[in-house]
Write a protein that binds this ligand. Sequence first.
Ligand code: ATP
Ligand code: MG
Length: 178
Amino acid sequence: MGYLKQIDIENFKSWRGKTVLGPFMRFNCIIGTNGSGKSNVMDALSFAMGERAASLRVKHLRDLVHGAHIGQPVQETSSVALRYCDDEDRETVFCRTIAGDSTEYHVNGTHVTFDKYIQELEKIGVVSKAQNCLVFQGAVESIALKHPKERTKVFECISQSREHAEEYDLRKKAMLKA
Ligand code: ATP
Ligand code: MG
């Protein structure tokens, strides 16, 4: 199973100009004082995984550009690129950009549609519809307080086992009959 090796950021949220986060390992811990940008790392990840503005703590995508939160964006454009490394050390780069009010997706430098981008992410096991793969600040409690059936659904969505639930039920019925 591969892992996220590096995040290349340009003019995104608290990062002005070009910034490289990483290299990461398979397990990472980010520490810092209040307001230092820990949640912004989650936002950068989430943004590059195709998330919408509403889930990124902003009203419009352009609010994600460095300086925009105080009405002084440094540029019209901003980007986040995820460098994913597979077991053979081959790299795939997933990059999302903001240009004014529009957003674009690139895989290894090739411009692709949103659907294609999501498909390519799914190939490496990133399931964008399983938003709960990323547990944001304050969300631990709400997940812990969910009804067990609802919580099961969350894990089924993350593990993609839900897609096999029907087949599983059919086989179970067949085994019980036999
Ligand atoms: P806490 O420990 O309180 O959760 P944190 O480390 O998670 O803090 P973040 O919420 O990631 O902190 O970062 C907040 C900082 O990001 C603030 O200082 C805010 O000014 C800055 N910030 C957010 N959006 C932008 C933006 N568009 N441009 C520049 N700075 C921004
Ligand atoms: Mg935070």
